[in-house]
Design a protein around this ligand. Structure first.
Ligand SMILES: Cc1cc2nc3c(=O)[nH]c(=O)nc-3n(C[C@H](O)[C@H](O)[C@H](O)COP(=O)(O)OP(=O)(O)OC[C@H]3O[C@@H](n4cnc5c(N)ncnc54)[C@H](O)[C@@H]3O)c2cc1C
Length: 250
């Protein structure tokens, strides 16, 4: 099997986004596209290491430093290890950015759905679309309660800056229960003519969005989904560690 390339990225900062989510900001000039993810090597006394994918929540188009945002999974290993142990000044081994979740261009309106930590790749797409394009962006964002809304203040600031180009609809389960397909249809209907829909969140949320988009007759080729699952294999076992290539040098 072909060797993969891994890089050591220095951690510049760790940001507590909510009580159970942390952003890991890297001091690195990384070449990536909105919606892509990094695979992180997390040490383990049991297996040496485990590999887990984390979407980049930063945008390469707005001057952000690259960052991933990790939410604790109940009884999860890697997410809790990262939230408990990663500090500024450490280095984390990662595989090159990967994935195809994200628009090919920003010439059309976008409809975005995020549930919980599913906001991470969606945030990267949203910031990029506002910066790179001139079209409208609508986000429907579901969370358990107002304390678990990752990037709440950042979204408020973007709304203030981009005015009527950005619509954000928060759905809080403590107030309205789990979002049903019918409820999502009503929220999405004003934006259903958007060319592409990007969705990321827990499986039941993704199923409800799929049903809603089907009811709204959004063609399948315009629906894009990112599924958060844990890797079973450890690709770092066949990875060759190299310095990060300089972007200026191509
Ligand atoms: C493309 C993609 C993007 C993603 N983006 C994000 C994101 O932006 N933010 C986010 O929060 N999540 C994201 N995820 C999900 C993330 O990759 C993990 O699935 C999630 O964090 C849960 O991992 P976990 O190890 O905490 O939990 P689990 O995988 O549920 O942990 C349990 C597993 O770890 C093993 N285990 C337990 N203890 C040990 C040990 N000591 N040593 C070794 N193994 C052990 C167990 O055998 C079991 O298999 C993404 C997933 C994908 C595929």
């Amino acid at each position: 099997m072909a060797a993969l390339t891994s890089h050591l990225l220095p951690v510049a900062q760790v940001v507590a986004e909510t009580p159970d989510a942390r952003s890991i900001v890297f001091d690195a000039d990384l070449d990536y596209r909105p919606g892509q993810f990094l695979t992180l090597r997390v040490p383990s006394e049991r297996t040496g290491s485990v590999a887990r994918c984390y979407s980049l929540s930063s945008s390469p188009h707005v001057g952000d430093r690259p960052q991933v945002t990790v939410k604790r999974t109940a009884d999860g290993y890697a997410s809790n290890w990262i939230c408990d142990n990663v500090e500024a000044g450490q280095e984390i081994e990662v595989l090159a950015p990967s994935g195809v979740f994200g628009p090919k261009h920003y010439d059309d309106d976008l409809l975005l759905f995020a549930g919980g930590s599913g906001i991470t790749p969606v945030m990267s797409v949203l910031k990029s679309a506002l910066e790179q394009g001139e079209r409208n962006v609508a986000l429907v964002y579901a969370n358990r309660d107002r304390h678990s809304v990752i990037f709440a203040e950042h979204l408020d600031a973007l709304r203030a800056r981009h005015g009527d180009r950005l619509t954000v609809t928060h759905w809080l389960e403590t107030e309205r229960g789990l979002p049903s397909a019918g409820a999502l249809v009503e929220l999405a209907r004003p934006h259903a003519a958007a060319h592409d829909c990007f969705t990321c969140g827990p499986q039941p949320f993704m199923a409800a969005v799929t049903e809603a988009l089907t009811l709204l007759e959004v063609p399948r080729e315009r629906r894009h989904m990112e599924r958060f699952v844990s890797l079973a294999a450890n690709p770092f076992e066949r990875a060759e560690r190299k310095p990060l290539p300089s972007r200026a040098a191509g």
